[in-house]
Design a protein. Structure first.
Length: 216
């Protein structure tokens, strides 16, 4: 009896989560990966969702899920919103120095936190441009840490997303777009690693490196 109750609760959580993901226009493949439900179940749930929300227009997206990390590095608007999302991922605890999401072991609990972060992002940002599919990819890419990392902007200290192998000093979208003050040298986004070395060789203090989050 107890085992049956537990199984019922687990199934109920999966179904509730799948409906939540359908509401965010997640692809069938994404819903399967995070909930463990079969494609057939997801299809039936999709029909249930449409029946229960007759006035709501939910697009059923097809094709492959996003896979390009470069999407989050430009344009500045997307980079800024991705940084907001990443900060929310850190707050809910699915990304961070001690929190690495294993893409091979996605769980209902992780996805609920992802939904919480994404729904907070939708509430905070006016005219949000990042889809749930991209948000789900971002949390996996940051968990992998092989292309994207979280760093602090060398100009203002804001949390920002950076290319792991970039030679430029980390700059948030705001600092990267700011005009260079006269006599102050290059702005943060223009401080290439190759140019920072001669400065260190001259005895100048190296550019301040702030603490990093989620980088291994
Ligand atoms: Zn900045």
């Amino acid at each position: 009896m107890r085992v049956t109750d537990d199984r019922y609760c687990r199934d109920r959580l999966r179904f509730d989560l799948a409906l939540r993901l359908i509401g965010h226009e997640a692809r069938t493949h994404t819903i399967r990966a995070w909930t463990g439900l079969t494609e057939d179940r997801v299809r039936k749930l999709y029909r249930t969702y449409i029946a229960e929300h007759p006035g709501e227009r939910i697009a059923r997206r097809r094709g492959k899920s996003p896979q390009r990390c470069s999407y989050f590095l430009r344009p500045p608007r997307v980079q800024q919103e991705a940084a907001v999302l990443a900060g929310l991922f850190c707050m809910v605890g699915i990304v961070g120095r001690d929190a690495r999401l294993d893409p091979r072991a996605l769980s209902v609990a992780h996805c609920e936190l992802l939904c919480l972060a994404y729904e907070t992002y939708l509430a905070l940002v006016s005219a949000p441009s990042i889809s749930f599919e991209h948000a789900a990819f971002l949390v996996i890419a940051l968990g992998r840490g092989d292309e994207l990392v979280l760093r602090h902007c060398t100009g203002c200290g804001a949390l920002t997303i950076d290319d792991r192998y970039s030679l430029r000093a980390t700059a948030c979208s705001v600092c990267a777009a700011a005009p260079c003050p006269p006599g102050r040298g290059a702005r943060p986004g223009q401080l290439a690693g190759a140019r920072a070395l001669p400065a260190a060789a001259r005895g100048s203090p190296a550019p301040a490196r702030l603490g990093r989050v989620g980088e291994g």
